[in-house]
Structure formats: C-alpha cells, structure tokens
Write a new protein. Structure first.
Length: 299
C-alpha cells in the first residue's frame, strides 16, 4: 500500500503474481494533506491488513556523496506506523536505478558518453546521479532550481555534496509542500522556466512531478527517464515530442508505480525489517524478478 501526499486523481490498484506470490498493490493519494496521510497510515497499520507501506510524494531521507539527511515531514509520517514495515523508495533509488543506467548502456538505442543530462533533483535519486556520472555524461543537477527556485546550476557530485551539507540541515525542517509539488499542485499546468536546460539536454531524468513542474511545450527528440507516469502523462510527453520514455519501475496494467511501491513489495518478499535490508538483498530480488526498465518509443 502506498499512501501518498500526491493527487488522489492518480490513484491506482492492481493485482499481480510474482515468483509464486499474489500481490494486491494500491496507491492512495491524500491531496497534500499530511494529517490525512498520517491518519490513514495509523488506521491501516492497526488493522494489520497491509504487509508493507510505501510513502509517496515525500522522502524520509535525501542523499549526497557524504551522507543522508532526514526530512522532518517524512519522519512524521514514518512515526505514524508502529507495526508494519514502511519505506520511501530510497533503497531502490540507490540500487535498481543504478542498474537501469548500466542496462541502458548496452542498448544500441542509447549512448551516454559526453551526452547532456538534466537531472531535476539528484539528492532525491543519488544512485541514478552517480550512475550517469560514471557513464561519462555531462551533468546539470537542478536541485536548487527545482526545489528552491534559485537560478543556480550544479555540475559535479562534489559540488552537490557541498550544497547538501550547507543547506539540507535547514531545508529538511521545511514543510514538504514548500519543496515538492504535492496535492493539487500536481494537476496544475507547468510553470515554464529553465527552458534552455531542458532544450540542451539529451536526457531529462528524475521525479516526474519535478520534470513536469517547469516543462516547456516542446521536448523534441529527448529521452525522459522517470517513473510514476500515468497514461495521461505519457500522452503529454508524446504531444511535446519526447522520443523515448524510460521508466525505472516496470509497468503494471498501464501504470508505472513509484519506487516506494516497488520497494514495499520487495520488502514484503524479503521478510526483513527495512533497517536490516542491505543493497545486495534488493539486487538479488531484482535479478530473481528479472526487473528491466520499461522503454517506450513515443515519437
């Protein structure tokens, strides 16, 4: 079960069979209402009906090369759950998403050496960010632009780590709605900004709501790497001229869920507490399930 601060218009539920296990996977949006999300988590936790929770529309932790930083609102929601395992997707962002970039390097449709990448928020997906750098890409990290509205670009992992150490101790105390589009903001039309960075990029990568936040009308020939896209999102990207869509999580009945959903699913299968799970546990399950990125040519 994913309890999300995102729009309830994006709710979805599927039932699938994986490695002999039957799963009911559901995402419930609370339209940016932190109290409602907390109450729902407590109610479902007490009921014992859920094997693992994912937190959507929010992170518990943000990462840099030198450590992790806890978000106050993320910790609040995590504290609402006392019996059931709860995750935010960061475990898969640091494992599965690295593997996705490695897998794409052996795909003749994609090349990365010296290609330009706009990564809208690297602290949210540090594993992917490092994988792009290791693949030889020229990076624009948009963390300051897309979260704080500052016209300031970051180009290196070290520079990203410096800003993280300086800013995250205070930023982590801010309400999540100040940093990230939640609730009805996810349904608003893009506030077009930073067009030159979108246009200069061969690859646009990261959280879809951050990508969409300032997305220009045309993205001709671009490849978008993201997840949590609906059929409407895909059509929006098609209309804008995006060439390839790559989602790091697989498609279930026309929808790619967030990493928090997939991580909750893997955690239920692994059978450990979140704090006991290591990267190799996730990698082993990823290989057993033969998880591969979804690649869709749109134009």
């Amino acid at each position: 079960m994913s309890v999300s601060l995102g729009s309830s218009k994006r709710d979805h539920k599927v039932e699938i069979d994986v490695l002999g296990e039957h799963f009911s996977i559901e995402r419930i949006g609370t339209d940016g209402d932190l109290r409602k999300a907390g109450a729902l988590l407590r109610e479902l936790d007490e009921s014992g009906a859920v094997d693992a929770f994912g937190l959507g529309g929010i992170d518990i932790y943000l990462y840099s090369k030198r450590g992790r930083f806890a978000l106050r609102d993320g910790l609040k929601l995590m504290a609402a759950v006392t019996k059931t395992p709860v995750v935010d997707g960061s475990g898969l962002k640091n494992t599965l998403e690295r593997e996705v970039i490695k897998a794409l390097q052996s795909d003749e449709r994609f090349s990365f050496r010296d290609r330009n990448v706009l990564m809208v928020c690297a602290m949210d997906r540090f594993g992917m960010a490092e994988a792009f750098v290791e693949a030889g890409c020229k990076m624009v990290f948009g963390d300051l632009m897309f979260t704080l509205g500052k016209d300031q670009v970051i180009h290196t992992i070290e520079e990203l780590a410096d800003y993280a150490e300086k800013l995250l101790p205070e930023i982590s105390k801010l309400p999540i709605g100040f940093l990230y589009p939640i609730g009805k903001k996810q349904d608003m039309q893009p506030d077009v900004k930073y067009t030159e960075f979108y246009q200069n990029a061969d690859y646009i990568a990261g959280d879809y709501h951050f990508i969409r936040k300032h997305m220009p009308p045309r993205l001709d020939g671009k490849t978008v790497l993201t997840n949590t896209v609906t059929k409407e999102d895909i059509e929006e990207l098609r209309i804008r001229g995006v060439r390839y869509l790559v989602t790091t999580t697989p498609e279930f009945e026309g929808r790619s869920f967030g990493t928090n959903v997939l991580e909750a699913m893997l955690l239920a299968m692994i059978g450990k507490k979140w704090e006991e799970v290591v990267a190799d546990d996730y990698l082993e399950m990823i290989r057993k399930m033969q998880l591969k990125p979804r690649i869709e040519r749109l134009n």
